[in-house]
Design a protein around this ligand. Sequence first.
Ligand code: NAD
Ligand code: DAU
Length: 332
Amino acid sequence: MRLLVTGGAGFIGSHYVRSLLDGGYGAAPDTRVTVFDKLTYAGNRDNLPAAHDRLDFVRGDLCDGDLLRELLPGHDAIVHFAAESHVDRSVAGGGDFVRTNALGTQVLLEAALHSGVERVVHVSTDEVYGSIDEGAWTEEWPLLPNSPYAASKASSDLIARSYWRTHGLDVSITRCSNNYGPYQHPEKLIPRFVTNLLEGRKVPVYGDGRNRREWLHVDDHCRAIHLVLAKGGAGEIYNVGSGNELENLQLTERVLELCGADASMIEYVEDRKGHDLRYSLDDTKIRERLGYAPQVPFDRGIAETVAWYQDNPMWWKAAKHRADTEQAAGAV
Ligand code: NAD
Ligand code: DAU
């Protein structure tokens, strides 16, 4: 199988590619991967092996249809991770989000249609549903995204479905909860807090810290994506969750504990605009129909993740200081 992975230099995409090349998720040993990535601030070529006989790397923009039409023939399937992914950045300015997530997805799917690609997995997010005070979303829930990020992801999710319904392209969609693990950009909650503490700085908790998220290890998300690639139905949507729901303050306490710090290192800061209170997925469908079950217990996953940032300062320092400078300049 020859697979094109968009966004394969980012957090989740690179985990997926490294695992596949190592024979993970039951991938055939002859699986070849082309990573297609623009290498924005969030992408890092060093997240992937420097050289590998089954890996090709192409730097390019999702919105470049000519390049995609040249590149795609010969690929059997696409796993589409590439996106602008950070909610705070979308609050500061939504333009790149609409361009990459909505338009870029349409350009990619159009190129796939004309290049004989047989199968596409579109990686969406639970944020397309909005915020839920109690209970959990099933795949039939209406989409009510709140941030420009979530709205642009909802657009791409609907565009993906439309290419199945209109053109018969074999597209499946995954909607996953919050991921954590190694190689996540230090702009996101867990790596931001861990790396702040490693630098002796406080951790900025937005608002009162009562917002709730459902945390899943990146390896379990990637396992689910590969399962959907192999066994998912055309036009089908699959929620991917963990059931591991935590208040931000509970998670913060765990991170503080693992870093040997205490609550005096918490700094309550101004809330995120339009901050979603709670996300919760009902992922019965993927569990019952495809046999998905998360395998990484949170206690182990979070301890290993904190240790990874402690052991790899060279990986996060440059990105962190770039993000801090942008934030100080009000760009984020
Ligand atoms: P990330 O920001 O770490 O990586 C995104 C990658 O996409 C980067 O390598 C970047 O260079 C690339 N990219 C951005 N714009 C591009 C463009 N125009 N053309 C080509 N490449 C481009 O994101 P992530 O956290 O790894 O998320 C990957 C996907 O998973 C996204 O679609 C996101 O919406 C979805 N998702 C993320 C989470 C999470 O918790 N991180 C949860 C559910 C779903
Ligand atoms: O739910 C899936 C989504 O999870 C993905 O689609 C997004 O790509 C991903 O970024 C993530 O979005 P969140 O907004 O939930 O993640 P983030 O790490 O930015 O924030 C998690 C929670 O922590 C949220 O309630 C905001 C809060 N927060 C975040 C940061 C960065 C803080 O309190 N302080 C912070 O510094």
